[in-house]
Design a protein around this ligand. Structure first.
Ligand SMILES: C[S@@+](CC[C@H](N)C(=O)[O-])C[C@H]1O[C@@H](n2cnc3c(N)ncnc32)[C@H](O)[C@@H]1O
Length: 218
């Protein structure tokens, strides 16, 4: 059970079997496809993924960009990604175990990123506003943020009742937080819907959005 925000132990335990869940793979494919259409990654871009996990999204984006900093707080999720990187011969992905919001957190180089993306990580981060502010400082002028996560849900999506997570996000509230972080023009698209029996035994639908927004040029 994970009873605190940022619980690497839970993800460390789940890492080896993470990719066996077909829903996760289907979601990651949908996220990568939507990022490719919306953010148009190209070979000049340095990209950053926060909460990359086993790299389901990053492995799709890597061939299209100059480089990716793939960061996560779980050593075991990153170990699975490292295995994939060495098997595939990909050379432009660098993994780092760090928490951007901790006082010692770094984004592995702190360069200006043209693209920052995440998939299902935002709801694991307690301080959404602080996190978005931090991302904004890492974006280059004109750079794009692309975050995939759950729409506001009734609170039963996660099976562990004491796991500390946000129960999705209200699109208007997230737009306001992005704007106050200096990231503008938020556009939402529903890119995937989880259809699952939740922990109360009810079958429910959980839509996932991709929000994209751009850092002002100055
Ligand atoms: C639900 S998983 C999603 C993993 C991956 N993005 C995917 O779609 O398969 C959330 C990931 O975020 C990571 N995570 C949670 N809190 C984090 C934080 N503060 N900083 C970086 N990564 C974090 C977890 O270790 C985990 O790998």
């Amino acid at each position: 059970m994970a009873d605190s925000w940022n619980s690497p132990d839970k993800f460390n335990r789940e890492a080896k079997a993470w990719d066996n869940n077909p829903g996760r793979k289907a979601l990651a494919e949908a996220v990568a496809k939507a990022i490719i259409v919306t953010a148009k990654p190209d070979n000049t871009m340095h990209a950053l993924e926060i909460g990359c996990g086993t790299g389901l999204v990053t492995m799709e984006i890597a061939p299209l960009v100059n480089s990716i900093s793939a960061i996560d707080t779980s050593t075991q999720m990153l170990a699975v990604l490292e295995e994939k990187i060495s098997r595939s011969g990909i050379t432009n992905v660098k993994t780092t175990c760090t928490d951007l919001l901790s006082p010692s957190g770094s984004s592995a180089g702190e360069k200006d990123f043209a693209l920052i993306y995440s998939s299902m990580t935002l709801h694991h981060i307690d301080d959404t506003r602080g996190f978005l502010n931090r991302l904004s400082t890492l974006l280059s002028p004109g750079g794009m943020i692309a975050l995939a996560d759950l729409d506001l849900e009734e609170g039963f999506f996660h099976d562990d009742p004491i796991e500390k997570v946000h129960h999705g996000f209200e699109r208007k509230e997230l737009t306001a937080m992005l704007e106050s972080a200096g990231v503008q023009g938020a556009m939402f698209e529903t890119i995937y819907v989880f259809d699952k029996v939740n922990r109360t035994g009810e079958r429910s639908s959980y839509p996932v959005f991709l929000v994209t927004a751009t850092k002002a040029m100055h």
